[in-house]
Design a protein around this ligand. Structure first.
Ligand code: AMP
Ligand code: MN
Ligand code: ZN
Length: 922
């Protein structure tokens, strides 16, 4: 799951929606005289909530670095994507050339250029690519954000100063990547250690060829190394460093801050020139290259890679620090008080998770001082909690307390119940909850984290609120409001941020249109000199080689249709997300050439249509589970009451007898023989026949026996359903299914739960006890409190849809058309499965088995492949398209889209999709 591309989800999300509505309704309003709860209420006003590209989220999943196509970093997210270039610079340093025109002193800082639109940024990128050297600085916002984000970037060339609004341009900052990673262009920073990492964290920008004026100071053994000192010494400028900690999210930026920001980058080129001169001089005197040393040290900085700070137990290092710092002045508190220690840890852990889910800094949730005070004083009532916190915060040095720290914090207001519970009663219970969250979700996306967190807390703490009358009164309304809020958030967070279809064209050399595609694909061909650009806007290329076949020849006109960026269901244009018509749990296991390049079966839907389509697909999966006798979930049926179907009882009986043919095996074999017996390879047919024979005591079997075998161990109701289904599927097998939506609904709406059949022992699954115990529980919570998020966005195989819908890495920024590209998640899963060690692949397996229908999907696909081969897969796809059509009645499908689409596409020698070719970039 951590492999998912998206991992997109920003902190506040679901937690916020829930927190917002739950608390606003529950107690925000009932207590009089409280301050407005800005922090949570205004979460949607946080600028970062509008970021669509979130490379580092607040989850516990490790940061994924840029993967460069064709580079070894492609497969290892822990490698520096520009390692080679930087190493080359380390071995053979290039010397920066500065010829500064305007030197020290006053300059027209107010002639700076404010860069806030994409096209302005593109112009800047172009301009920078023609420079030999430019200076950079960034300003961060860290107060109302868990990991912090770059709020401003200053860039100065020898001619001009630029302020880049990195909030407005957050999602497209990768436009600057070529300039930043170009080893021929020197970037001057002062103290780049942090900036280098921040740029990676927020934008996947990697600095290659750095001159760090601070490193130069080190080499020159300057008495001070701060920028303020250099500004003062070389330029006679006094910087107001208090502004360093100003709120750089402000827009428009106050003049004072603009000047400060401009100063921070403007003088760097001049200072660099001065330092380089000094380094050269010192070199000639001492006969060793000081300049080279400074350059080498600078470039070493750029080799660093951003990493999230991940603790085995979140909050523990903060707790250790508090425990170490405070007892000294807390005279009356014995240092080794066991309970104090425990409470400090609990509070730190709570604070950590709160900060992550609300996307706030730790300080903004609860100060260290407050934690210490709460743990030592253990206030009893909520009012006492507030009092303790306010008192503790008032003692904090005025210098540290800035106006934006209301005390108690808005988050404490909202979640004071947690803190009370934590202090009063349920220390161990809470500990277990936290541990479970962290253990279970250490690899999970933000989304899962938020859910896990909310679910666990809801179960353990919030549930206490649920007993209060107020909650009961508002229950229904609350649900509805939550739903609305979640929908809104889903639209905001999960929908595609850029048009999905670029409608770029590829022509054959004879001028015939081959397909529409995304820009990235055009670039792929252009980079390899396999095509020439023939039109600019929208771009079109002409291939310089003869492609294998033409769409018309292959009856694939679908691929030469331009596609509209709208919901294919209802035509909604304001937002849309990708929907996979063939559920991933099956598609994942298709033969490679049948799943690459399947844009036909990925369409755009609005969140509402998405939800409907997804629900229908989930229902249909259950039907498939019955038809194939392959359970959706691997789950032991514990309940032995009368509700159990005869099939289950038969299974048990069979097991207790210690062997023979299981009803499942029997039914699967009989079904396959009935449907495809005549087409099967004889070997396979005999194998299946022998299974059925064994059941009938070894005698020869007839078609009627097969029919009878299908019904073994079924209740009358199940029998009825199966018969009906069989009729339906036989139709599907020959012509396009004519099943209507109602039929499907009728088929599946009853007794869905009974479809979960005990897994048969041969399916090779290994579920440990805790996993077995946890899954159903979590599922039921999800179903109740996250209907939108779950039904729509969490795919059955446990991959959040958002991961597919919203590529996070730079491809998405470039606007690559995911529809036209091989599924990256799948590629990554394959890598895990095929090349990684046993632990990783078993982890992967566990994820599949834990979270979804992965094993079901695999077995179904295997069954189809073994019986019918690829034709079966095509037919299977057709069935899913029909399910989709019946659920949505789409009115805006692209021309050429067809339920019966065969989707056979041959990939030529030069195709992007040809898995064997790995052409070097020229
Ligand atoms: P600078 O390198 O001076 O441009 O600082 C870059 C960013 O680092 C600022 O925008 C602040 O967010 C942060 N920063 C630097 N120094 C401090 C400090 N002493 N206290 C808080 N934040 C700081
Ligand atoms: Mn600065
Ligand atoms: Zn729609």
């Amino acid at each position: 799951m951590k492999k998912m591309r998206t991992t997109y989800v920003v902190a506040c999300l679901a937690a916020v929606a829930l927190g917002l509505y739950a608390y606003a309704t529950l107690h925000g309003q009932k207590k009089k005289g409280r301050r407005r709860l800005q922090c949570c209420l205004e979460i949607n006003k946080k600028p970062q909530s509008r970021f669509k590209v979130v490379l580092a989220d607040n989850s516990f999943s490790p940061f994924e670095h840029l993967k460069r196509e064709g580079h070894k970093s492609e497969n290892f997210s822990s490698l520096h994507p520009y390692e080679d270039q930087i190493n080359a610079l380390l071995q053979q340093p290039t010397f920066p050339q500065v010829t500064v025109v305007s030197s020290s002193g006053a300059y027209a800082w107010d002639s700076y250029i404010w860069v806030q639109t994409k096209s302005e940024l593109e112009s800047l990128a172009k301009l920078l690519s023609e420079e030999e050297i430019f200076a950079v600085d960034t300003e961060q916002h860290r107060l109302h954000s868990f990991l912090g984000f770059t709020a401003l970037m200053q860039v100065s060339t020898l001619k001009k100063d630029y302020l880049v609004d990195t909030i407005a341009l957050h999602d497209v900052m990768n436009i600057l990547r070529p300039a930043f990673s170009n080893p021929c262009i020197c970037k001057v920073f002062h103290g780049a250690d942090n900036d280098v990492l921040w740029l990676q964290r927020d934008f996947h920008l990697y600095v290659v060829n750095l001159f760090d004026t601070k490193k130069a100071c080190e080499v020159l053994s300057k008495p001070q190394k701060s920028l303020a000192y250099l500004l003062e010494t070389y330029c006679g400028v006094t910087a107001n460093k208090a502004l360093q900690r100003a709120d750089w999210r402000l827009r428009p930026l106050p003049e004072e801050m603009v000047q400060y920001a401009c100063d921070d980058a403007h003088y760097l080129l001049y200072i660099a020139e001065c330092l380089i001169k000094e380094l050269r001089q010192k070199s000639t005197v001492n006969k060793c290259s000081y300049l080279e040393d400074a350059i080498r040290r600078s470039n070493m900085v750029t080799l660093q890679l951003y990493e999230k700070e991940l603790e085995a137990s979140p909050g523990d290092s903060a707790a250790a620090s508090i425990l170490w710092r405070f007892p000294g002045d807390g005279q009356d508190v014995p240092r080794k008080n066991h309970n104090v220690e425990k409470l400090v840890r609990q509070l730190c852990r709570w604070r950590d998770l709160m900060a992550r889910t609300h996307d706030e800094s730790l300080r903004c949730v609860l100060s260290d001082q407050s934690i210490w005070a709460l743990a030592t004083k253990v206030p009893k009532t909520e009012e006492d909690v507030y009092h303790t916190v306010v008192q503790a915060d008032s003692k904090i040095d005025a210098f540290d307390t800035c106006a934006s720290f209301p005390s108690p914090s808005p988050i404490l207001f909202r979640h004071v119940k947690d803190v009370s519970c934590l202090l009063q009663e349920d220390i161990n219970g809470l500990d277990n909850v936290f541990q479970a969250i962290v253990k279970q979700y250490s690899w999970a996306s933000q989304n899962s984290l938020v859910m896990a967190y909310e679910n666990s807390l809801q179960e353990n703490l919030y549930l206490k609120l649920a007993n209060k009358p107020l909650c009961q009164q508002n229950g229904g309304k609350l649900k509805e409001e939550r739903r609305k809020a979640l929908r809104e958030l889903c639209v905001q967070k999960f929908s595609c941020k850029a048009p999905v279809y670029h409608n770029c064209r590829i022509y054959a050399s004879d001028g015939r249109l081959l397909c529409y595609c995304d820009k990235k694909k055009l670039e792929w061909y252009l980079d390899r000199d396999l095509a020439k650009l023939v039109e600019d806007d929208p771009p079109a290329i002409m291939l310089l080689f003869e492609p294998k076949g033409r769409p018309e020849d292959e009856d694939n006109t679908f691929y030469i249709q331009s596609k509209k960026n709208m919901c294919v269901g209802c035509g909604e244009k304001s937002h849309y997300l990708r929907y996979r018509i063939i559920p991933s749990c099956y598609r994942l296991h298709f033969p490679e050439h049948l799943k690459s390049h399947r844009s036909h079966d990925i369409v755009l839907l609005c969140v509402d249509c998405h939800e409907v389509a997804h629900a229908a697909a989930e229902k249909y999966k259950k039907q498939i589970a019955v038809e194939f006798g392959i359970p959706l979930f691997v789950q032991k049926i514990q309940d032995s009451g009368d509700e159990r179907s005869k099939l289950e009882k038969a299974q048990d009986e069979w097991k207790s007898k210690g062997g023979g043919v299981s009803p499942l095996q029997l039914r699967t074999a009989a079904m396959a023989l009935l449907r495809h017996g005549s087409m099967m390879p004889s070997e396979r047919r005999e194998e299946l026949t022998s299974v059925v024979k064994e059941y009938f005591g070894g005698r020869e079997i007839s078609e009627r026996d097969l029919e009878a075998a299908l019904l073994v161990g079924m209740s009358p109701q199940e029998k009825r359903r199966l018969k009906k289904k069989r009729g339906m599927f036989q139709k599907t097998a020959t012509t396009t299914s004519t099943t209507t939506c109602d039929e499907i609904a009728a088929e599946t709406s009853t007794a869905e739960e009974k479809i979960i059949i005990e897994s048969n022992a041969s399916n090779g699954l290994h579920l440990d006890e805790s996993v077995n115990g946890n899954l159903p529980k979590n599922r039921s919570i999800h179903a109740n409190s996250f209907s939108i998020l779950n039904s729509t966005y969490i795919d059955g195989d446990g991959r959040t849809q958002c991961s597919d819908e919203m590529p996070m890495r730079d491809e998405s920024v470039l606007g690559a058309n995911e529809l036209e590209r091989p599924d990256v998640s799948q590629r990554q899963l394959n890598i895990v499965e095929s090349s990684a060690g046993a632990t990783r692949s078993s982890k992967h397996d566990r994820k599949l088995s834990l979270l979804g229908h992965g094993h079901h999907g695999r077995r179904v696909v295997e069954a189809i492949m073994s019986v019918e081969g690829e034709d079966g897969i095509c037919e299977f796809c057709q069935r899913w398209r029909q399910v989709f059509v019946d659920a949505i009645h789409p009115r805006f499908l692209p021309a050429g889209w067809d339920v019966k689409h065969r989707g056979r596409r041959e990939f030529g020698e030069y195709s992007v999709y040809n898995p064997v070719r790995n052409l070097p970039v020229h």
